[in-house]
Ligand binder design. Structure first.
Ligand SMILES: Cc1cc2nc3c(=O)[nH]c(=O)nc-3n(C[C@H](O)[C@H](O)[C@H](O)COP(=O)(O)OP(=O)(O)OC[C@H]3O[C@@H](n4cnc5c(N)ncnc54)[C@H](O)[C@@H]3O)c2cc1C
Length: 596
C-alpha cells in the first residue's frame, strides 16, 4: 500500500528561508497571513489530504469515472470527499472575501495544491479547474457576471471548466470553429464541440460553469478572432438557484492512461446560452489569465507527484532486503541489507529528492512573486514581480512536470518488479504524471514560449529579473569558503546559461528554427540553474541555522547533503545541454520529410 505524509517541515523551511518569514503578512491585505497562521492552515490541509483524499487515490484509479445516459459518475467516495473539502472552505482559501473567500495569499493555496496533488491528482483536477474559472472571471468578467457567479465558484457548490480544445485544434487555437451568435438580450448562442474537457461533466456539484473559447460572426481569422464565453450547464434563476438545463451536454468520456478518476469529456454545445467574458475577439487575453495560473498549477501537480513518489521509493528502499553493501555487511542481524545501502539506489532516491525539494523552493518563490505582483504597495515592485512570474511560468510548468514524471519512474525502478504491479501503487504515479507534460500547452510549447516570447520580450527585460539577482548572489557568495563547493558549480552553470541565451537570441533572430531547435534543451538548462540557485539559498540558510544551533539538526544536515548531491551530480547536466544547444538546428532539419 502506498504511503503519504505532507512535507510540512520542508514547506515551513522554504516559507521561512526562501520567501522570508513574515514576508507575506507585509503585503497589503495579507496582514493576517502570519507564519503561525499559515502553518496552522497547512497542518489542517495536510490532514485532509492524508486522511480523506489519499485513501481514495488508488481506488479511484481502479474504478475510474463512468458515463451512462449523459451522466458522469466519479468513483466511490469522491462525492463525500468533495463535500468535506468545500464545507471546510478550502475552495475559497485564496479567493476574494467580497465573494466569500478567505483572502489568504495565493502562495498558501499553492502549498496546499502540492499536498492535494500528492494525495490524489485526479481529485485535485476538480477544484483546480474551478479556481482557474474563478481567476478568469474575477479578472475579466463584468460586474454583473461576477455578482451572479463568483460566489458559487468560491463556495464550491458550482464548479468550473476550461473549454479550448476541439477535435482538429489543440496547440493551434487559431483553428477554433465553435461559433457564438449574439442575441438581442446581450447573451450569445454557442454551438460547437469541445474535446478532452476536464471536469466537463460530473456528480460533485449542482452546476458547472464552462468557460468556452468561440468565434463571433465578424471574427477575424486566427487567434485574434477568439472570444471567451461563460456557459452554465444549468441557467441560473433570478434568485441564483439552479434553473433550466442549457444546451450543453457531455457526449462521452475518454478511457485514458492515467488520472482515471478525473472525467475527461467530449462536450457538445448546441445553441447554448452564454455571456461574453471580457471584450469581443480578446478571448485569448482573458484565457491567458486562466492558462498562466493553470500552468503554474500544473507545475505544482508535477511537484506533488514527485514528492509522493519519492516518499514511497524511500519507504520501500528501507524495508526491501537484497544483497549486501559493497563495503561488506551493513545489517548483520538481517538475511540481507536493505537496498538503501546500494549506491545506485541512493542515486535514484537523491535524484528524486534533490529535484523535488529544489522545485518546491522555486515554486514557493514564484508563488510569492505572484502575490507581490498583485498586492505590493509599490508599482515598480509589482511590475518586476510580474515579470519574474511571466519568465518563470513556462519553466515551472515544463521542468516540474518532467521532474514529476522522472521521480515517478524512479519510484517504480526502486521497487523493482513490484513497482510494475498495480497493487503496489507507484505505477499509477507514472501514468498520472504523464498528462502533466502534455496539457496546458505541451512542454515543447512551453519551451517555445520561453525562447520565442519571454526571452526577446522588451529587449530581454524579463530575463533581467532572473539574471540580475542570481548573478549578484553568486558574486556575493564567491569568496565564502564554506560555500565554495556549492557556489562554484552554480557559477559555471550560470555562465553557460548566459552564453546560451546570447547565442540563441543572436541565431534566433536570423533563423527562427535555430531558436526552435534549442528550446527544450534551453528550458532544461535554465530550470537546472534556477534549482541550483534555490539550493545555494537553502544551503546558506541551513548552514546559518546549524551554526546558530537552531532548528532540527538532522533536517538541516540532510538539506546540506542534498544540496551537495544536486551541485555535484545533477547540475553538471548543464554542460551536456550547452553542447547540445550549440549543435544547432542542422542535425534536426537536414533530414527530408520523406526519409522519416
Ligand atoms: C486528460 C486530458 C485532459 C485535458 N484537459 C483539457 C481541458 O480541461 N480543457 C481543454 O481545453 N483541453 C484539455 N486537454 C487538451 C490538451 O490541452 C491538449 O491535448 C494539448 O494542448 C495538446 O493538444 P493536442 O492534443 O491537439 O496536440 P497537438 O497540438 O496536435 O500536438 C501534437 C504534438 O505536436 C507538437 N506541436 C504542435 N504544434 C507545435 C508547434 N507549433 N511547434 C512545435 N511543436 C508543436 C506538440 O508539442 C505535441 O507534441 C486535455 C487533454 C487530456 C489528454
Amino acid at each position: 500500500m502506498p504511503i503519504y505524509k505532507a512535507p510540512l517541515e520542508d514547506v515551513r523551511f522554504v516559507l521561512d528561508e526562501i520567501v522570508g518569514a513574515g514576508k507575506l503578512a507585509e503585503l497589503p491585505g495579507y496582514e493576517d497571513a502570519t507564519p503561525d497562521l499559515i502553518a496552522q492552515v497547512l497542518e489542517e490541509g495536510a490532514k485532509l489530504c492524508e486522511e480523506v483524499l489519499f485513501p481514495l487515490n488508488q481506488s479511484g484509479d481502479g474504478e475510474g469515472c463512468t458515463f451512462e445516459n449523459g451522466v458522469v459518475r466519479t468513483p466511490k467516495g469522491f462525492k463525500e470527499a468533495y463535500a468535506t473539502y468545500i464545507e471546510a472552505g478550502w475552495q475559497g482559501l485564496s479567493c476574494d472575501p467580497a465573494y466569500g473567500g478567505q483572502g489568504l495569499p495565493k502562495l498558501v493555496n499553492t502549498m496546499l495544491e502540492e499536498f492535494i496533488c500528492s494525495a490524489n491528482l485526479s481529485f485535485g483536477m476538480y477544484p483546480g479547474l474551478s479556481l482557474g474559472a474563478y481567476n478568469a472571471l474575477s479578472t475579466y468578467g463584468s460586474e454583473a457576471l461576477k455578482q451572479r457567479f463568483l460566489g458559487r465558484l468560491v463556495d464550491g457548490t458550482w464548479a468550473g471548466t476550461m473549454c479550448l480544445t476541439e477535435p482538429h485544434c489543440g496547440t493551434d487555437l487559431g483553428l477554433i470553429r465553435t461559433r457564438a451568435v449574439p442575441q438581442e438580450d446581450g447573451s450569445h448562442r454557442i454551438t460547437g464541440t469541445k474535446i478532452f474537457i476536464s471536469a466537463g461533466e460530473h456528480d460533485l456539484t449542482e452546476n458547472i460553469l464552462h468557460l468556452v473559447l468561440a468565434r463571433l460572426p465578424d471574427a477575424p481569422a486566427g487567434t485574434r478572432g477568439i472570444s471567451l464565453f461563460l456557459v452554465p450547464k444549468f441557467l441560473p434563476k433570478e434568485d441564483g438557484s439552479v434553473g433550466p438545463r442549457n444546451g450543453v451536454a457531455c457526449g462521452s468520456i475518454e478511457h485514458k492512461m492515467g488520472i482515471k478518476a478525473s472525467a475527461t469529456c467530449v462536450m457538445n454545445f448546441e445553441d447554448a446560452t452564454g455571456w461574453l467574458v471580457g471584450e469581443p475577439h480578446k478571448g485569448m487575453r482573458a484565457m491567458f489569465v486562466m492558462m498562466n495560473a493553470a500552468r503554474l498549477a500544473v507545475g505544482i501537480q508535477g511537484l506533488g507527484v514527485a514528492e509522493v513518489s519519492y516518499q514511497n521509493a524511500v519507504a520501500y528502499a528501507r524495508e526491501r532486503l537484497q544483497g549486501r553493501s559493497l563495503k561488506g555487511t551493513a545489517h548483520p542481524d538481517k538475511p540481507a541489507d536493505p537496498i538503501i545501502v546500494h549506491p545506485d539506489v541512493r542515486r535514484n532516491l537523491l535524484t528524486a529528492r534533490a529535484y523535488t525539494e529544489g522545485a518546491r523552493a522555486l515554486g514557493a518563490l514564484v508563488g510569492y512573486k505572484l502575490d507581490v505582483a498583485e498586492k505590493h504597495a509599490d508599482e515598480k515592485t509589482r511590475r518586476e514581480a510580474d515579470e519574474f512570474v511571466q519568465l518563470m511560468t513556462p519553466i515551472v510548468k515544463a521542468l516540474f512536470t518532467d521532474i514529476g514524471f522522472e521521480s515517478a519512474n524512479i519510484a517504480v525502478q526502486v521497487h523493482g518488479g513490484h513497482g510494475f504491479i498495480w497493487e503496489t501503487g507507484v505505477e499509477q504515479y507514472v501514468r498520472d504524471a504523464r498528462i502533466c507534460q502534455i496539457y496546458e500547452g505541451t512542454n515543447g510549447i512551453q519551451a517555445l514560449d520561453l525562447v520565442g516570447r519571454k526571452l526577446p520580450q522588451d529587449m530581454g527585460r524579463l530575463l533581467r529579473r532572473f539574471f540580475h539577482p542570481v548573478g549578484a548572489e553568486i558574486e556575493a557568495d564567491m569568496e565564502t569558503e564554506e560555500l565554495a563547493e556549492f557556489v562554484l558549480p552554480l557559477a559555471k552553470a550560470f555562465a553557460k546559461l548566459q552564453q546560451a541565451t546570447a547565442i540563441i537570441a543572436q541565431k534566433g533572430m536570423k533563423d527562427p528554427e535555430e531558436a526552435g531547435a534549442a528550446a527544450t534543451d534551453y528550458l532544461r538548462l535554465f530550470g537546472l540553474v534556477a534549482l541550483g540557485w534555490m539550493w545555494l539559498r537553502m544551503v546558506k540558510a541551513a548552514q546559518a541555522k546549524r551554526t546558530a544551533g537552531e532548528g532540527n539538526a538532522a533536517f538541516l544536515e540532510a538539506k546540506i547533503r542534498t544540496a551537495r548531491f544536486y551541485m555535484a551530480k545533477l547540475l553538471p547536466q548543464t554542460n551536456a545541454l550547452f553542447i547540445t544547444i550549440m549543435a544547432g538546428s542542422k542535425p534536426l532539419m537536414e533530414m527530408d520529410e520523406a526519409a522519416f
